[in-house]
Ligand binder design. Structure first.
Ligand code: GLN
Length: 232
């Protein structure tokens, strides 16, 4: 499983969000605290973020471990954004290790990251997918169905692959959407904004663990958590 994180709120630097916290994504790339599948996240990393004069996000991705990227460490303290989505990757066995397989994936204004695994044969072959890895095919499928409908799409994919783990994290720059389906996710709300993360990056007592099989929507107005199971 990979680890991912999304921020929406006052502008923060990429270094503050990704590198500098006691258990930041940088630390999670070699010593995650809650990871159940895989030990390190050294098969690439990526960050997407929004600038105020530009609706589409900018991305920086790599197929190498985050801890080797001294150029990113040099510029990260001087890039700030009010909406950031970042991930470190532990490739599922058999998946390609390449920059285009590292989250976040993108379509238009949207960014998407996947923690988990899904049988590629249950997903449509999509020429818009950025890579042949399962996460990129899933991202293309979610985008094709409409990113706002990610909850329905997760239920549909889980119905076709009951062993899939489908923790997704998306943003369009104005809100964060996430699903929990087989892995951990935590939320921290403070006076500056909201953070969703596979695991807490520090020991702040305000972190809350989110329940499995739920859809989470975070906006400047609050965080909504709704069950994903179809109602009987
Ligand atoms: N299956 C996806 C990949 O190979 C995500 C892996 C993960 O969550 N560790 O990239």
């Amino acid at each position: 499983m990979c680890r991912h994180l999304g921020w929406l709120g006052e502008p923060r630097t990429l270094a503050d969000l990704v590198l500098d916290q006691p258990s930041s994504l940088l630390v999670q790339s070699y010593a995650p605290r809650r990871q159940q599948h895989g030990r390190v996240n050294a098969d690439g990393w990526g960050v997407g973020f929004y600038a105020s004069d530009r609706p589409r996000p900018a991305r920086w991705r790599s197929d190498r471990p985050l801890w080797t990227d001294s150029s990113f460490a040099s510029v990260a303290p001087v890039i700030s954004s009010r909406c950031v989505l970042a991930a470190v990757r532990s490739a599922t066995v058999g998946m390609p290790i390449e920059e285009s397989a590292a989250a976040p994936f993108t379509s238009g204004r949207w960014l998407l990251s996947h923690n988990g695994v899904v049988d590629r044969s249950v997903l449509p072959a999509d020429r818009a997918a950025e890579s042949a890895c399962d996460a990129a095919l899933l991202a293309a499928h979610v985008f094709a169905r409409g990113a706002e409908r990610v909850g329905e799409t997760v239920l549909e994919v889980a119905g076709r692959d009951p062993t899939a783990r489908l923790n997704l994290l998306l943003t369009d720059g104005d809100r964060l959407l996430a699903t929990t389906w087989g892995d951990t996710l935590s939320v921290l709300v403070d006076e500056f904004g909201v953070l969703l993360a596979s695991e807490p990056y520090d020991d702040d007592p305000r972190w809350r663990d989110l329940p499995d099989r739920h859809l989470i929507e975070a906006t400047p107005d609050g965080v909504a958590v709704t069950p994903l199971e179809p109602t009987l």
